[in-house]
Design a protein around this ligand. Structure first.
Ligand code: ADP
Ligand code: MG
Length: 357
């Protein structure tokens, strides 16, 4: 599977139903922004909204959410808060990814002109295994004061994510794949990952450059000389992928700007790259809606509504770079609603222009 249009989803009267999972914190207001933009631009998408929240967790909410995504095939998702205090309470974000087998997390981190960043010319695709490894959720205290946390990896899933990365490189013309690992210490687990990735590189994708980098060095390289990864893909197991992609998002403007995609063989879930709840920002009209808006554009492209995706993402880009409407997180003073207002004006302008052209 590759992040591209689905042809076989049920569409009635040309309209597509999509699951909205607002989640906690800023999620619900972000879905509201997207709803406002979609209705203004007359996007032929209807949301089926299912609230899964940590406020009053009910088992059936999670089941309803999963059945809804299975029915619609596609979801736009906010983050569900995971409480730290109860060791038996599994992250429902993870549970959703695992149950839908959304094995590939794909982020595109790119510097945006006028958005302050330490480095220029960053353009890196991050592909992260999304279902196994350290996220098995299997931990126990084998003796008092001794805890075992199981990192479980399988050849099958490592092959699947590695092939996914190389297929992505072929399709989107990325020149290089860098596998990030810690095979010097985790000799069996990460060693297998490294071997699988390099075997697939050599045997199946000789036209794509392949290299490997130890995760600690990769972190240092990323903050000091990130351009070396530009034009390429970083291929990562689950936990390293989580950490490394947060570094990359930080480099290009932070949690309010970057979107993230989750793909399996059957379903796709679109969300923000760093999956934050933003609880302290909720209800204040200050959280940057750009990441969520970009997630909605990724979703529209996946649904083959490319014209709507371009219309909205061009309008957002203009808001950020020409009008320079920046929220607090990137050094501005604008409210989220001001950013959305400006985006709607830009949509209006480009519709008027195209009408009289
Ligand atoms: P987590 O969900 O992992 O607990 P937080 O919600 O605390 O993480 O988010 C991490 C940081 O990112 C916080 O400082 C938060 O204010 C910031 N943040 C998250 N989302 C946004 C956003 N949309 N706009 C601006 N800042 C954000
Ligand atoms: Mg939080």
């Amino acid at each position: 599977v590759i992040p591209c249009a689905r042809e076989n989803l049920a569409r009635y009267g040309g309209r597509q139903t999509v699951t909205a999972l607002p989640g906690d914190g800023i999620g619900p207001e972000m879905i509201d922004h997207v709803n406002r933009i979609f209705s203004f631009a007359q996007v032929p998408v209807d949301f089926e909204t299912i609230q899964v929240s940590s406020e009053n967790p009910r088992e059936e909410d999670l089941e309803n959410a999963i059945v809804s995504v299975q029915r619609n095939g596609v979801a736009l998702k906010g983050n569900i808060e995971t409480k730290f205090d109860d060791p038996h309470f599994k992250s429902r974000n993870m549970e959703i990814r695992r149950r839908l087998d959304l094995f590939a997390n794909v982020l595109h981190t790119v510097t945006i002109p006028t958005v302050p960043s330490r480095h220029k010319d960053i353009d890196i695709v991050m592909i992260r295994e999304n279902t196994e490894g350290e996220y098995s959720g299997l931990e126990h205290e084998s003796a008092a004061g001794v805890v075992e946390s199981l990192k479980i990896v399988t050849r099958e899933k490592m092959q699947r994510i590695s092939r996914y990365a190389f297929e992505y490189a072929m399709k989107y013309d990325r020149k290089k794949v860098t596998a990030v690992h810690k095979a010097n210490i985790q000799k069996l687990g990460d060693g297998l990952f490294l071997k699988i990735a390099s075997d697939i590189a050599m045997a199946e994708y000789p036209e794509i450059k392949f290299n490997a980098m130890i995760v600690d060095n990769a972190s240092m390289q990323l903050v000091s000389r990130p351009q070396q990864f530009s034009g390429g893909i970083m291929l990562m197991p689950n936990l390293y992928g989580n950490i490394i992609s947060n570094i990359a998002c930080g480099l290009v403007g932070g949690p309010g700007l970057v979107s993230g995609m989750n793909f399996g063989d059957k379903y796709a879930v679109f969300e923000t790259a760093t999956r934050n709840t933003g609880t302290t920002l909720a209800g204040k009209d200050i959280a940057n809606p750009s990441a969520f808006i970009r997630a909605s554009c990724d979703m529209l492209r996946y649904l083959n509504f490319n014209e709507y995706a371009d219309l909205i993402s061009d309008a957002l880009f203009e808001t950020l770079t020409v009008q320079r409407i920046h929220t607090q997180d990137i050094g501005g003073t604008a409210k989220a609603s001001e950013l959305v207002n400006s985006l709607l004006e830009n949509i209006e302008k480009s519709c008027v222009n195209s009408k009289y052209r």
